[in-house]
Design a protein around this ligand. Structure first.
Ligand code: PLP
Length: 378
């Protein structure tokens, strides 16, 4: 059996090696390293895939969030609501721009921001909500859209973990994750569902004015060379990374399908187990399983993780500390009674190996060992 990894990028590369090498050669032989035609091509390809009017590539998913916020013309002290249970990039950029991050609790079943918690956190200074489509599944966008409309708020969807997922509205229509709110952002970090071979990111929107503004911000606020209309940043997708993404995008649905199949396998093995809760699949979203995250109930999660590591099965805790308890973002304003779910989840969650190259033999070894662990305990 092949060694089990959280992600297996080498096996995936081997399947598209020739195309990528050819693309790299083209770039190397034309030296069009910055803003080469492959970057524009990729933006067009992703626009078609997502059915969104504008995709603006940038340097990484954290920049994408920062640039999205910069485009909204917020003022210092304006409040932005996001989830306490997510990767730190989301809250980092809010604070970097001298905005005030307001962290709220999440839903126990879906791990995503809780609409009722958003409502409770709204003040006259609230300007935007950043729902994070955590682990591969959309947040409850229909509820969030309602709240945003009622209070006149922007929505930035952090879609770093759910590219390719479909949001299903109650009338049956669907939209790709990240294309529902004001702006969507994503990351092409190598381990993401659509990853490049270094850092990369993108911002998308159907709003032409915002798209124009964002195109300026990613490039020093320049629309005409050496004329700077606003304060921007330098955030570009390398042409070499665009080659990788152009090769991989046509396979994204197939990669996601393989993740879903692996998730189905785990689900079946762990169904109705007294100590294991399999990930909930919300009725309003497909799930592209960036992570397969179990909840361990009435048992010691950390002991299980140690046991698995001894069996050479990697398993990770996403995330071990809520953002409001991180040194950088700590505030006395937060009361533990408002974060009961987050505090519960950080003790219960464990993410199993999940990628497009998992083999049945590996899935069986992983699930057998998890079931064995509980059999020997009980
Ligand atoms: C990965 C990730 C980011 C940041 O992406 P980078 O490309 O690493 O900067 C932001 N938000 C979430 C939820 C992520 O998972």
């Amino acid at each position: 059996m092949k060694k089990i990894q959280m992600v297996d990028l080498i096996s995936q590369y081997k399947c598209i090696e020739a195309e990528i090498q050819k693309g790299f050669d083209q770039v190397l032989n034309t030296a069009s390293f910055i803003n080469g035609q492959q970057v524009t091509q990729f933006a067009n390809n992703l626009e078609n895939y997502l059915q969104v009017k504008n995709v603006i590539p940038c340097a990484n998913g954290t920049d994408a969030l920062q640039i999205a916020l910069m485009a909204l013309d917020l003022k210092p002290g304006d409040e932005v609501i996001t989830a306490d249970f997510t990767f730190a990039a989301t809250v980092e950029v809010i604070n970097l721009l001298n905005l005030k991050s307001v962290l709220v609790d999440v839903d126990y079943n879906t791990f995503t921001i809780h609409p009722e918690a958003i409502k409770k956190a709204i003040t006259p200074k609230t300007k935007a909500i950043i729902p994070v489509h955590l682990f591969g599944q959309c947040a409850n966008m229909e509820e969030i859209l309602k709240i945003a409309q009622e209070h006149n708020l922007y929505i930035i969807e952090d879609n770093a973990q759910a590219i390719g997922a479909d949001y299903i509205f109650s009338d049956g229509t669907t939209k790709k994750s990240g294309t529902i709110g004001t702006i969507g952002t994503t990351s092409f970090f190598p381990s993401k569902n659509l990853g490049c071979y270094g850092d990369g990111g993108a911002i998308y929107t159907n709003d032409e004015n915002l798209a124009h503004k964002i195109r300026g911000i990613v490039n020093h606020g320049m629309y005409k060379r050496y004329y700077h209309d606003e304060i921007g940043v330098n955030s570009r997708l390398d042409t070499l990374q665009a080659v990788v993404l152009n090769a991989k995008l046509p396979h994204l649905d197939e990669y996601n399908k393989k993740r879903m199949n692996a998730a189905d396998y785990y689900d079946k093995e762990f169904a109705n187990h007294p100590n294991l809760q399999v990930p909930t699949r919300a009725e309003y979203s497909t799930h592209v399983f960036h992570q397969y995250t179990l909840k361990i109930v009435n048992s010691n999660r950390d002991e299980l993780q140690k046991y698995l590591l001894e069996k050479e099965i990697p398993a990770m805790i996403y995330y071990p500390v809520p953002l409001r308890k991180q040194k950088a973002y700590f505030s006395d304003d937060y009361k533990d009674q408002d974060f009961i779910i987050t505090d519960q989840l950080i003790n219960q969650v464990i993410s199993l190996p999940m990628h497009s190259e998992l083999e049945d033999e590996q899935l069986k070894y992983i699930s057998d060992n998890i079931l064995m662990y509980f059999n020997t305990k009980n």
